[in-house]
Design a protein. Structure first.
Length: 119
């Protein structure tokens, strides 16, 4: 939802509801595969993306928070019309976030998703 808000000319045309029980919190991350051909270049890119000015631009573009200190105000301003989108410290304490499975489980999930897309 927040990604749509970031791209909308008039975000007030959208509505958003969260179940009374709450909703899971998701988070992306930057990662370098173990077999990366250019891990040093990847590290430089991640360093660039985590600079405060670039985190701000990224939050405004993707429309959801990043776990980078100092980016909280940018996300708060973005979702001000929809306080339900705000991720709080309590959400994290309530254990409402996704975890990766084992390597085998992730490979099975990826294979299943590839089958869905190929179908």
């Amino acid at each position: 939802m927040a990604a749509m808000l970031a791209q909308a000319e008039d975000p007030t045309v959208f509505g958003f509801e969260v179940a009374r029980e709450g909703a899971p919190v998701n988070s992306d991350c930057y990662a370098i595969p173990a077999n990366a051909r250019h891990p040093g270049t990847a590290m430089l890119f991640i360093d660039y993306m985590l600079r405060p000015e670039n985190v701000k631009k990224n939050v405004e573009y993707i429309g959801y928070p990043m776990p980078v200190r100092g980016s909280e105000d940018t996300y708060s301003a973005l979702v001000e019309p929809f306080p339900q989108c705000m991720v709080t410290a309590q959400d994290l304490k309530d254990d409402r976030y996704f975890r990766n499975g084992t390597a085998e489980a992730e490979q099975r999930r990826d294979a299943a998703w590839t089958d869905v897309k190929a179908g």
